[in-house]
Design a binder for this molecule. Structure first.
Ligand SMILES: C[S@@+](CC[C@H](N)C(=O)[O-])C[C@H]1O[C@@H](n2cnc3c(N)ncnc32)[C@H](O)[C@@H]1O
Length: 185
């Protein structure tokens, strides 16, 4: 990782509570997963100030291929903060920021996503799932944050996910808990 990006991430960690960012270990996990699995089209729901987007796009840049579409609904503070941080990271060519409310704001292109990272309000996950399922293919990975910290709030979502016959599920005790669903057929 370029020292400029490392120091930007370290700096952003000082305001993680204010911007509800993922912890660094989750960032590292996503980064390594992307380097290994080499997804090309990634969707993130919940940009905040761009901290997780920078971890994701850094791996895409290392892979020399791939693009992140990231959606944020907060126009006043978090969307512009992400614009500033993404510009400072030098990773703008790997990231398209979308101002809007998911799932309505899910981009029309690309048609399918190889990976989706869900890290937004905990009461709309079923709506996100409905919208993203038709945008997955065999091998697509859905990573949902807060699977342990917000276990109770996410219970209806877990129920839906566990009923999906064509997905394998694993719960990882990393950061706030990551539910990883891989489409197997
Ligand atoms: C937990 S924070 C995301 C943190 C970010 N992933 C990171 O680690 O840097 C959740 C963000 O999702 C945004 N949000 C919540 N519901 C949303 C929705 N339905 N569509 C788009 N953004 C949403 C909030 O404004 C907030 O900035």
């Amino acid at each position: 990782m370029k020292p400029q990006i490392k120091s930007l991430l370290t700096n952003l960690e000082k305001t993680a509570n204010l911007f509800w960012n993922i912890p660094p270990e989750t960032g590292l996990f996503l980064n390594q997963l992307i380097r290994d699995a080499k997804p090309e089209n990634i969707l993130e729901i919940g940009t905040s100030n761009g901290y997780s987007a920078i971890w994701i796009a850094e791996a895409l840049a290392q892979n020399k291929k791939g693009h992140l579409y990231t959606i944020e609904s907060n126009q006043k503070l978090r969307f512009p903060a992400a614009q500033k941080n993404i510009a400072a990271s030098g990773l703008s060519q790997n990231i398209t920021q979308i101002l809007g409310h998911a799932p309505g704001a899910i981009p029309k292109t690309p048609l399918k996503f190889d990976m989706i990272f869900i890290d937004a309000t905990k009461y709309e996950h079923i709506d996100y799932l409905k919208a993203i399922l038709p945008r997955t293919h065999k091998g697509s990975i859905i990573v949902t944050d807060n699977a342990i910290s917000h276990k109770k709030d996410l219970k209806p979502f877990f129920k839906k996910v566990h009923k999906l016959k064509n997905f394998e599920t694993i719960l990882l005790n990393i950061g706030s808990g990551l539910l990883v669903n891989t489409r197997i057929s």
